[in-house]
Design a protein. Structure first.
Length: 501
């Protein structure tokens, strides 16, 4: 067994929530399970580990303090594309102190050259537990790390990649995340203030066997390994007992792929009397509608669904492997089981037309999920999508701060068009909120007004067409229910010169 006894290791999660407008708005804060598992693994192998989690920090001061206090042999930095500048700043601190500084995690693996040029000594590829343990031993003994498996280094501007490591076969033996090394209470209090619940994240598996062409899976590729229900129940029990967690987010790429596993977990929750509410991410082709009743009873509150598009053609282009009929079945079953559904939708994927977007909006209208997010497709380095558009990138910080909000490559339509389409989904969601409070006929009129504005004004304008009458994106005028008399004043009045079919 690899050993890191005597090594002092500082792990840094360079995320600064204060600077992330999305986080400030939606407050989706969970500690990085990758960092906490690495920390626990190293500790089990004899290293002295400290975690500098910058989530609630306002500067790099905690890293400076830890460098002075711990005098680590190795600094390991977790990376996501959002945190690139901060990660590079930490690398500079490590380098200035003469400490071996290693980057790992999704972004560094996708573009190692950026991290190596930016001051890191090495980038760890794939699963980090064994690599980091070996690197720590080398750092302690002041040995060269150049031939350690699973890393990339550079010399004379050339990258040197050592052979990768096989994935851990047995993930049941992984230690529980080192929650004690971070401000767990800070995370939980924040959630409690916002939702009244003490929320935490749990991972029951590693990897995903599917192959959606925009998805970045730099750490685990298409491998899939699942912890046993017993191991997961132990971790859940510890969170409930030690931290009084009462809401769990299962962070697996796809939760509950196998029916027997899911049944085992549900049985175990009953047997151990574990009570909490939970949410998870599922695929429409794998969610088991017949288990929804049991899941709801066990505490299932919300399911995140990667619906992505209402156009089957686009789902096929994305290599999603799902059918619209499955979306329809699952959306209906969730509604019947009274489980909230959160749909992820994506606009702006290559080859998508305005008609595809219209189909997505129609699907959204039909099923009106309780929650949703409509993002603009983000080309993440290392994906087939990124490779397809890399010559058309508008920003080198693809998937950076404005990821999902701004258009990051030259797509079929101008950015303003996608922004407007996003606004149409918001409008639709707002109308659905008004259901029950406003008459259906009024809602239909309001919907029609926006659809007409879209077809006759917004689309031609945003696509740079000279006059509204030349719009190619006409929409059929639906048959509307008659307005009750008291609402007739609200009937949208279009300017007299507008073309009316
Ligand atoms: C749960 C999750 C979240 C949660 C929790 C985030 C968090 N604090 O970790 C929430 C919902 C808040 C979230 C938010 C975001 N996420 Co997220 N998230 C995930 C998800 C599904 C699981 C993460 C996880 O726990 N993985 C399991 C652990 C064990 O794996 P790991 O972190 O990769 O770590 C292993 C290795 O990478 C390596 N390693 C990692 N760090 C280091 C460091 C060193 C030194 C070494 C040696 C090795 C090493 O060893 C670890 C153990 O083997 C992943 C997808 C995935 N499957 O990883 C996306 C993912 C990480 N998220 C992603 C993104 C883009 C985001 C956001 C930027 C989205 C946004 N625009 O807001 C934000 C970033 C916010 C943040 N806090 O950093 C992308 C990252 C892509 C990229 N290249 O950056 C991923 C990969 C999803 C995807 N396929 O696109 N996310
Ligand atoms: S998007 Fe989800 S289902 Fe598709 S490959 Fe990525 S993790 Fe797997």
């Amino acid at each position: 067994m690899l050993d890191a006894s005597g090594a002092r290791v500082l792990l840094v999660d360079p995320y600064l929530a204060q600077e992330d407008p999305m986080e400030r708005k939606f407050l989706e804060l969970y500690p990085s399970l990758g960092v906490l598992t690495l920390a626990a693994f190293l500790r089990e192998r004899g290293a002295q580990v400290r975690v500098s989690d910058l989530t609630f920090a306002r500067s790099l001061a905690p890293v400076r303090d830890a460098l002075r206090g711990l005098r680590p042999h190795l600094v390991g930095v977790h990376t996501k594309s959002l945190t690139l500048p901060r990660a590079l700043a930490v690398a500079q601190l490590g380098r200035a102190a003469g400490i071996l500084t290693v980057a790992g995690g999704p972004d560094a693996v996708s573009r190692p050259e950026v991290y190596l040029e930016g001051g890191f000594d090495a980038v760890a590829t794939g699963e980090g537990e064994l690599t980091l343990t070996e690197l720590s031993g080398h750092a302690l003994r002041n040995e060269s790390v150049r031939e350690v498996s699973g890393i990339i280094t550079s010399s004379d501007g050339k990258l040197h990649r050592t052979p990768g490591r096989p994935f851990l076969k047995e993930i049941d033996t992984l230690p529980m995340p080192a929650w004690d090394l971070i401000d767990m209470e800070g995370y939980l209090r924040r959630w409690e203030r916002r939702t009244g619940e003490r929320r935490s994240a749990v991972l029951t598996s590693r990897g995903c066997p599917f192959d959606c062409s925009w998805c970045s899976k730099p750490a685990f590729g298409r491998s899939f390994r699942q912890q046993s229900p017993e191991r997961v129940l132990d971790e859940l029990g510890a969170l409930v007992r030690t931290y009084r967690v009462d809401y769990v987010r299962f962070c697996d790429d796809v939760f509950g792929i196998h029916r027997r596993w899911l049944e085992g977990l549900l049985d175990g929750l009953d047997e151990r009397g574990l009570r909490f509410r939970f949410e998870c991410l599922a695929r429409v082709d794998l969610l088991k509608p017949d288990l929804l009743g049991r899941l709801k009873h066990a505490g299932l509150e919300r399911v995140y669904l990667g619906v992505e598009s209402g156009s089957q053609r686009m789902l096929d282009v994305m290599n999603r492997g799902t059918r619209l009929t499955q979306v329809e079945q699952v959306a209906t079953s969730l509604r019947e089981a009274k489980v909230r559904q959160f749909w992820f939708l994506m606009l702006g994927y290559p080859s998508e037309t305005l008609e595809d977007i219209e189909e997505t909006l129609r699907l959204f209208r039909r099923f009106s999920p309780e929650e949703y997010s409509v993002s603009i497709a983000v080309p993440v380095p290392g994906t087939r999508f990124y490779d397809a558009v890399k010559d058309r990138l508008r920003s080198h910080r693809a998937s950076g701060r404005r990821g999902g909000v701004s258009l990051l490559y030259e797509a079929a339509y101008p950015q303003a068009m996608y922004r407007w389409e996003q606004a149409r989904f918001r409008w639709e969601a707002a109308l659905q909120q008004l259901r029950g409070r406003l008459d259906e006929a009024v809602l239909a009129q309001l919907r029609l007004a926006v659809d007409q504005f879209h077809a006759r004004v917004a689309t031609p304008l945003l696509l740079g067409m000279p006059t509204p009458t030349r719009s190619r994106h006409r929409i059929p005028r639906p048959r509307l229910p008659k307005l009750p008399a008291r609402w007739s004043a609200l009937r949208p009045r279009l300017p007299a010169h507008w073309p009316v079919r």
